[in-house]
Design a protein around this ligand. Structure first.
Ligand SMILES: [Zn+2]
Length: 226
């Protein structure tokens, strides 16, 4: 059976946390507690991205697959001759940077991308690249250090703290462990297959063949305590 919430097809469990951003009520409360504590230490934690629906993720996926949006290699260079790549190669290239619709942690309302607007240099646009969050040299270094010291007591961890050969490093991505751990357990290969059969994506045939591999490498393969 499909749990519509886990796969981004039902947002009725979510509540607004700031303009345009939605989380579960429990995660929202934990995040607000954490951001209030950070503010007392002079750090304004803002949300760049929070809940994302299956449809929104499918739009991102399909645009990349069709070559309407640029896909980067692991060194951050745009991949040349994209449309000449076999479908399977396109799928795994996209998965470095974008989750498979139905399998994004952003569907759950427990995961969010954060930054610190008060540490962003004037005129600088947020890029969401690891260099910005570098503990020594990034302009968000104070945010990174604060999170390293404090986020666990509020229940948050970084599932993509390091590059484990699946999803690329995303130091900005936080997850509320007490809820996310349960949602992750509920997402099975069977459920994901069922969702994609009923909600087809670009690359459908090759995606369905690769689901067990995708589950192992991009969904289960997270950093546990960061
Ligand atoms: Zn994220």
């Amino acid at each position: 059976m499909i749990n519509a919430h886990i796969v981004g097809l039902d947002d009725s469990l979510l509540c607004p946390v700031s303009a345009g951003h939605f989380l579960t009520s429990v995660t929202a409360a934990a995040f607000l507690n954490m951001s209030q504590a950070a503010l007392q230490d002079g750090i304004h934690i803002a949300i760049a991205s929070s809940y994302r629906s299956f449809d929104r993720q499918a739009m991102i996926w399909n645009r990349k697959f069709r070559g309407e949006a640029v896909v980067y290699d692991s060194n951050g260079e745009p991949i040349a001759d994209w449309l000449s790549l076999p479908f399977r190669e396109r799928i795994f290239a996209i998965l470095r940077w974008s989750a498979l619709p139905g399998a994004s942690r952003h569907h759950w309302g427990t995961d969010l991308d954060v930054y610190a607007p008060n540490l962003l240099p004037a005129g600088q646009k947020l890029q969401l690249i690891p260099a910005e969050y570098d503990e020594q040299n990034g302009y968000f270094s104070d945010l990174t250090k604060w999170l390293n010291e404090n986020m666990r007591q509020f229940g948050f961890f970084r599932p993509y703290a390091f590059d484990n050969g699946g999803v690329a490093q995303e130091p900005w991505h936080l997850s509320f462990y007490p809820e996310a751990v349960q949602f992750q357990q509920q997402l099975t290969t069977e459920m994901l297959t069922q969702v994609l059969v009923t909600h087809p994506l670009e690359g459908q045939h090759e995606i369905l063949q690769a689901i067990p591999e995708i589950m192992g490498r991009y969904i289960m393969n997270i950093c546990k305590d960061n």
